[in-house]
Design a binder for this molecule. Structure first.
Ligand SMILES: C[S@@+](CC[C@H](N)C(=O)[O-])C[C@H]1O[C@@H](n2cnc3c(N)ncnc32)[C@H](O)[C@@H]1O
Length: 276
């Protein structure tokens, strides 16, 4: 699998930075400018590239082990997967991490033959939306900020997303009968809650009742799948329905813009799109 920018990245990050950023004092701004200024891809050319990457992804050890882990949890829950919801994938025609994550989730959709796959990220461009359609996905019509009901067994894929998005998925499904429909791949709850043990929110509250399986990151590209885990919520492990202390909802959380800026920049710092 090539790590170079080849056809989807005409202007390399290095060259772009040299041309546009070095004179600027505001480094933060220059990183987001980079994403905005990135030339649009040709969808017709990009589609076969993404298809090829999906094929390679499906053969990778990382994908195969992740599928085994997911299947084990589905067997425990005694349910087939019915829907995928992917939030915060990122600008997958413009960043290396998001591109490989896109190949992963599209590969998962093919592997499980899922008909309903919904996507939302405020950064998507028209070309990215078009590609999602071409791969049998659908864009959500509005920003639900993670407030989405798992009316059927649903895999939520939120790689390296703001805390509030994962929190609000739990918030929306905070019932003993509905929470087991949530299968969530996101940053590890164990790591996320480390610094927040006394915080009152749904992630810290459910942490001790959920099953977390780390998706070991042995993928050939670094900083793409780091720190991700599959989280499931088997009903028998959850407190009883009449435990009102547990089942009373906290407020939903707002997506924190500061958190986003920091995270986007952390990822951009590890971008490896240049071919030189
Ligand atoms: C840190 S980036 C992660 C991008 C990519 N998944 C990665 O690992 O590099 C967080 C992503 O969350 C997206 N995001 C922010 N608010 C969102 C919302 N309300 N719904 C869905 N995605 C959102 C941002 O646009 C951004 O692409």
């Amino acid at each position: 699998m090539s790590n170079s920018g080849d056809d989807f990245q005409v202007v390399t990050r290095k060259k772009w930075m040299a041309r546009k950023c070095l004179r600027r004092r505001d480094h933060r701004k220059s990183e987001s400018d980079y994403l905005n200024d990135c030339p649009d891809v040709n969808v017709e050319k990009f589609q076969p590239r993404l298809e090829r990457l999906c094929g390679e992804m499906r053969q990778s050890d990382y994908f195969l082990v992740a599928m085994e882990t997911l299947q084990q949890q589905l067997d425990t829950l005694k349910t087939p997967l019915k829907r995928i919801v992917c939030l915060g994938l990122g600008p997958f025609t413009r960043t290396h991490q998001a591109l490989h994550q896109a190949a992963f989730i599209l590969g998962l959709q093919q592997h499980h033959n899922i008909e309903e796959a919904l996507y939302f990220d405020p950064v998507f461009r028209d070309s990215e939306a078009e590609l999602i359609h071409l791969f049998n996905g659908r864009l959500m019509s509005e920003d639900c900020a993670g407030k989405h009901e798992a009316t059927v067994p649903t895999l939520y894929y939120l790689p390296h997303c703001p805390y509030a998005l994962m929190h609000n998925i739990l918030w929306s499904n905070w019932q003993r009968t509905t929470l087991p429909n949530v299968l969530l791949i996101s940053n590890s709850f164990e790591m996320l809650t480390m610094a927040r043990r006394n915080q009152q929110d749904h992630i810290t509250k459910v942490f001790e009742f959920c099953t977390e399986t780390a998706l070991d990151d042995d993928y050939e590209h670094r900083n793409v799948f780091n720190d991700l885990s599959l989280h499931t919520f088997p009903q028998e492990a959850l407190p009883q329905k009449d435990d009102s202390d547990f089942w009373t909802r906290y407020p939903a959380l707002k997506v924190n813009d500061d958190e986003l800026v920091t995270e986007v920049e952390t990822n951009l710092a590890t971008l490896n799109l240049s071919s030189d």
